[in-house]
Design a protein around this ligand. Structure first.
Ligand code: GDP
Length: 350
């Protein structure tokens, strides 16, 4: 790759910045990895950009970076945070994250927001929503990667977790919206799952599906302040009671219900105490690491699925036959199953 330099004397400055940015973008992977391992934020950001990139020339470096960071990863607590828009996720992350950094932790905030690729602009992990944390030298915030599929977005976030861990972040917060499929993906990449709720609104009103409540290791009723305080306390009792109706968790953990005020910083330390108790308990009974092994297995199979699909749909022969087959299936001339079989057969021919 070459860079075009301006020849006139006045453009010297712009040439220098062009060269600098070219060098930055083309740093050898070993140099980038060294930077990541030293906790250099700009190297970490650049490494993540390469991993998120869909440009062909980044494929090999991206795999190299992951392979080199993998042995240094795994030493964090990975926490998923979900809740409907407006519940206070970013306010909570700001307050919780700052509490953790004040305890000497290094906190990375990531997000899985597949809708952002449609609406062009990430709602989650938006730096402007976390003013304090963004200035904190012990915090690293990365918005949701863009992508056309949840699988792709989730994969990139998963790899970003590894990089952040290799860079020394010992708490990883992963934000997602509690209304769709993305929480299942996030649940599959974290150790602990936190659901933020509001008092005085039923699950239906909050758009939270039963499955999401089942995944939660803690339910936190946010905005427990001012006139809301009494209602939040009531909701806490109600939710605790309701949780008994859910099946017990495989690891033996009994989900807790707490309340907090993200904007007033109350109840935040108590949430951290519950998470620590969870980690201690699940490390003692070995569920912590066995759950991570299960997650790795799941992601292996998921990755195979994604790669197979990608290969299939990018096959030129398949592309053209698929158009014809779709028409025939729609017109009832051929069964969907037969059409699928023929397409698969074709995709395997050299
Ligand atoms: P998100 O969409 O879930 O990320 O929610 P935000 O963090 O953007 O918060 C939505 C609104 O709720 C904002 O106006 C916040 O100021 C407000 N909010 C967040 N947490 C609290 C809280 O603990 N108490 C009160 N009273 N308001 C809060």
């Amino acid at each position: 790759m070459t860079i075009k330099l301006n020849t006139d004397e006045h453009s010297k400055q712009s040439n220098i910045s062009k060269i600098k940015s070219f060098r930055k973008q083309n740093r050898p992977t070993s140099e980038l990895v060294d930077g990541v391992l030293k906790g250099d934020i700009s190297a970490l950001a650049m490494a993540i950009t390469i991993i998120e990139s869909r440009i062909d020339k980044h494929r090999v470096p991206s795999q190299e970076i992951i392979a080199k960071c993998l042995p240094h990863s795994g030493k964090s607590i990975r926490i998923g945070i979900t809740g409907v828009p407006g519940v206070g996720k970013s306010t909570f992350i700001e307050s919780f994250g700052s509490t953790l950094t004040s305890m000497g932790k290094k906190v990375a905030v990531l997000a899985v927001d597949p809708t952002s690729s449609i609406s062009k602009g990430s709602i989650l992990g938006d730096k402007t929503r976390m003013q304090e944390l963004v200035r904190d030298p012990n915090a690293f915030i990365r918005p949701s990667p863009a992508g056309s599929s949840l699988g792709g977005v989730a994969r990139k976030t998963r790899e970003t977790i590894l990089l952040c861990e290799a860079a020394g972040y010992n708490i990883i917060l992963i934000e997602t919206v509690g209304v769709g499929q993305s929480e299942t993906a996030v649940h599959g990449m974290v150790d602990f799952f936190l659901l933020l709720k509001l008092a005085g609104a039923g699950d239906e009103l909050q758009g939270i599906k039963r499955g999401i409540v089942e995944m939660a290791d803690i339910i936190v009723i946010n905005k427990a302040d001012g006139e809301n305080l009494k209602q939040a306390k009531l909701a806490k009792v109600e939710f605790s009671r309701a949780l008994h109706l859910y099946p017990p968790k495989k690891n033996g953990w009994i989900p807790k219900v707490l309340s907090c005020s993200a904007s007033e910083n109350t109840g935040i330390v108590e949430i951290w105490e519950v998470i620590q108790a969870f980690v201690e308990e699940s490390k003692n009974n070995d569920h912590f690491f066995s759950a991570r092994k299960e997650q790795n297995k799941y992601w292996l199979l998921q990755s195979i699925d994604d790669l197979l699909k990608q290969e299939f749909y990018q096959n030129e022969k398949v592309k053209s036959l698929l158009v014809r087959m779709t028409k025939e299936v729609v017109e009832g001339k051929i069964s969907p199953f037969t059409a699928a079989e023929e397409l698969l057969k074709l995709s395997k021919t050299p």
